[in-house]
Design a protein around this ligand. Structure first.
Ligand code: DGJ
Length: 715
């Protein structure tokens, strides 16, 4: 009996000392808590991630979970976040908690910094968590500092490790290819690893952008279920590893792809990882996306809270075949349509090797004298006379071997010195690890802006991935190239941003081979795909809307898909940042009239479409129809887009239930962007928000490629 009492007392004492000793690190948003605890062994563990815990006393009950920043060489069997080869060739790291502190960033986010240190080596790791309370978004990154006297080798350096303990994990990935971007597919994660990564360098996202969703317990719907949405803010190779262990716990490891990226960290140097940004919703995927959208507009995207210009681009209207007259005619088209800007695309430069096709001239950024004898200044003047802005295309990181730039600086390109050159779209990538190349790339933009300060917009293209990787500049540090390339790019973009803070820029990469939330600090928008077939765009824009708001998604009306009407094309493009890539001579008079009206509607509704909350009402993946709506912050205005894609004969059509409205407000419904045909039955009627959200409206029909746009206004 005495022995039993003693055991109980000892057990109680053990619990008491654990509790008393246990240090907690809490990262919180309005709805989420991410909690770390320090174990008796001094190591840091993730103890909780989920709905916010509001009773302080409950924290004592939390158990240590998976180690917060797993290191290579110790006793855990799973994929490490950190692998350092120390100067003495010992490759183990054991991190112990030192301290943590919180602060408020200039933008209002609450930062938690945790300092960890190896107790045998002077290796310091700082984990940063920036919590955006209202948006329920957390951004996390890591700093690794080498305190040894000699250089150490970083082999793995993740931005974040998160762990979950649920019955089931369903991963949504977004794979594709050029003109076939972001196809959403689901995979259940079971024991072992699923890796999503890229080795494409400059065009890293060509086959998949750097974001994912993981639904917990079951596949989440738009309005129900738990879902993690994460993305890496890095304009280069990324890697997400989803590893399920023997206890069915999931670890999500996110960061730069360590592939061919061993990094020599000199004594005293710090390596800063990119941010892994995530949100988590208990109310389905829609809410998680809206969290991202409002966070992005408020905190991340360049000019995220400002409006966007509509435009007419000459690429598909002329390709390389143009002269000043043709361009000025297209400016007249832009004026007639009523858009804000004319954008001159590829083909305006190079003389020795004129840029009349994609085979030559890239790198030689003087106007082609035959095409533009009066230079860019003439085009700026013409645009100004016509009352529109002028924008221009550049691809400053690339070079055609048939160019003066390459003739002068063959050592500036990324290629293997002892092998045949390999060309992707007939071009090579300039070596941005070289500061001279950084200066040159910066000078392309700076010279243009100095000569032509009226340039109001850049479309910044990037058509080749990094292949045949070798830098003349980096010599014995070849494995730094993928990383230094991106850092060189950021150096250029920082210079642009600092000197020309008001310059909007579109990020393009032969479609969207490059898009992420670090790049969007500098760019105001991006080009989601060269595929502008409106059917494909419904899917592509839907996929990207998982993390990117409509404000940054350029959507152009072109001649792609001759079966689709102009109305259908314009309605699809009006869900994003509207533009045209077409000449009016390819359009009929009634189509031009329709576009003029639709652009006016778009301009009026821009604050709702670009800044409102997006609700994906019907997924194109669910059948033959699709519908999306946007609601402004006060729930007074909404715009609903509805599309019949390939409806079936005698299909069972359901009403579309709206979302995000105030159930107690009365709304008038008006169909806009009409072009013949019958209006929807709701046109001209009023309904309560309750009715619209519970009964819904009949917006779908059996007519192929038909669309409706509704303007909904509170009375
Ligand atoms: C690829 C882009 O995606 C297109 O929009 C166009 O700008 C071409 N490059 C020009 O070469």
């Amino acid at each position: 009996m005495k022995k039993r009492i003693l055991i109980v007392l000892l057990a109680l004492l053990a619990v008491a000392t654990t509790t008393a000793r246990q240090k907690l690190v809490k990262v919180e948003t309005d709805q989420l808590s991410l909690v770390f605890s320090v174990g008796d062994n001094g190591r840091l563990y993730q103890s909780y991630f989920g709905k916010k815990l509001t009773h302080d006393s409950d924290y004592d009950h939390l158990k240590n979970g998976v180690e917060a920043y797993l290191t290579h060489g110790m006793e855990d069997y799973f994929e490490p976040a950190l692998h350092v080869d120390h100067a003495d060739n010992n490759s183990s790291t054991l991190l112990k908690y030192v301290s943590h502190e919180t602060s408020t960033l200039a933008n209002g986010a609450k930062r938690t910094m945790v300092i960890l240190k190896d107790d045998k080596y002077p290796t310091t790791v700082k984990l940063f968590f920036d919590a955006y309370a209202k948006q329920n978004v957390i951004s996390t990154h890591t700093e690794i500092t080498n305190g040894e006297k000699k250089t150490v080798m970083l082999r793995k350096f993740a931005s974040s490790l998160l762990s979950f303990n649920r019955s089931k994990y369903v991963l949504t990935e977004y794979s594709g290819d050029w003109a076939n971007e972001v196809n959403m597919s689901e995979t259940e994660l079971n024991f072992g690893k699923k890796v999503l990564d890229t080795k494409l360098g400059s065009r890293a996202s060509m086959f998949m952008p750097s974001f994912f969703q993981v639904s917990m317990d079951k596949s989440a719907s738009e309005t129900e279920g738990e879902v993690l949405v994460g993305t890496l803010a890095w304009t280069g190779n990324y890697q997400f590893t989803f590893e399920v262990d023997q206890h069915h716990r999931l670890r999500v490891l996110s960061g730069i792809n360590p592939y061919f990226s061993d990094y020599n960290l000199k004594s005293g140097e710090t390596f800063t990882t990119p941010e892994f940004i995530f949100s988590y919703s208990y109310n389905g995927r829609g809410e998680a996306s809206r969290n991202f959208h409002s966070w992005a507009r408020k905190y991340r995207v360049n000019k995220g809270e400002e409006t966007r210009m509509t435009l007419l681009n000459n690429w598909e209207a002329t390709y390389f075949d143009f002269n000043e007259d043709k361009l000025v005619n297209l400016m007249d088209d832009a004026v007639k349509l009523g858009v804000d800007m004319f954008l001159l695309d590829d083909g305006w430069f190079a003389n020795k090797h004129p840029r009349n096709s994609d085979t030559q001239g890239l790198g030689d950024w003087e106007e082609n004298e035959k095409k533009l004898p009066h230079k860019v200044s003439y085009l700026c003047e013409q645009a100004a006379k016509k009352g529109i802005k002028f924008g221009i295309w550049i691809e400053p990181e690339m070079v055609n071997p048939k160019s003066e730039l390459y003739e002068k600086h063959p050592d500036w390109v990324i290629h293997l010195p002892n092998r045949d050159e390999y060309y992707f779209r007939n071009q090579l990538v300039l070596d941005l690890s070289n500061p001279k190349v950084v200066d040159y790339v910066w000078s392309v933009i700076d010279n243009l802006m100095t000569k032509y300060p009226d340039i109001a917009f850049f479309k910044w293209d990037c058509n080749s991935p990094i292949t045949n990787i070798y830098s003349n500049y980096l010599k014995d540090k070849q494995t730094h190239l993928y990383i230094e390339y991106v850092r060189g790019l950021y150096e250029v973009l920082n210079r642009v941003h600092n000197k020309y803070p008001n310059l909007p820029m579109m990020l393009c990469s032969g479609g969207s081979g490059r898009i992420d939330y670090e790049a969007l600090k500098y760019f105001t928008e991006y080009w989601p795909s060269d595929n502008t077939d409106p059917i494909e765009r419904i899917y592509i824009q839907y996929g990207y809307s998982s993390v990117y708001p409509s404000k940054v998604q350029c959507a152009h009306v072109t001649t792609w898909n001759r079966d689709a009407s102009m109305k259908f094309k314009v309605d699809v493009a009006s869900m994003g940042k509207l533009g045209f890539d077409i000449k009016l001579s390819d359009m009929k008079e009634d189509e031009i009239k329709f576009c003029q009206e639709a652009i006016k509607n778009y301009n009026r509704l821009k604050p709702v479409i670009l800044d409102g909350d997006m609700y994906r009402l019907v997924s194109p993946y669910s059948g033959n129809h699709a519908s999306t709506m946007m609601v402004d912050g006060s729930k007074d205005k909404a715009v609903v887009f509805a599309f019949n894609i390939h409806p079936r004969y005698s299909e069972h059509l359901l009403p579309v239930k709206l979302q995000g409205l105030d159930p107690n407000k009365t709304y008038s419904v008006k169909e806009i962007n009409r072009m013949g045909g019958w209006p929807v039955e709701a046109d001209g009627k009023t309904y309560s928000g309750e009715y619209l959200m519970n009964v819904g409206l009949n917006l779908f029909g059996t007519g192929k490629l038909k669309s409706h746009v509704l303007e909904i206004v509170a009375q």
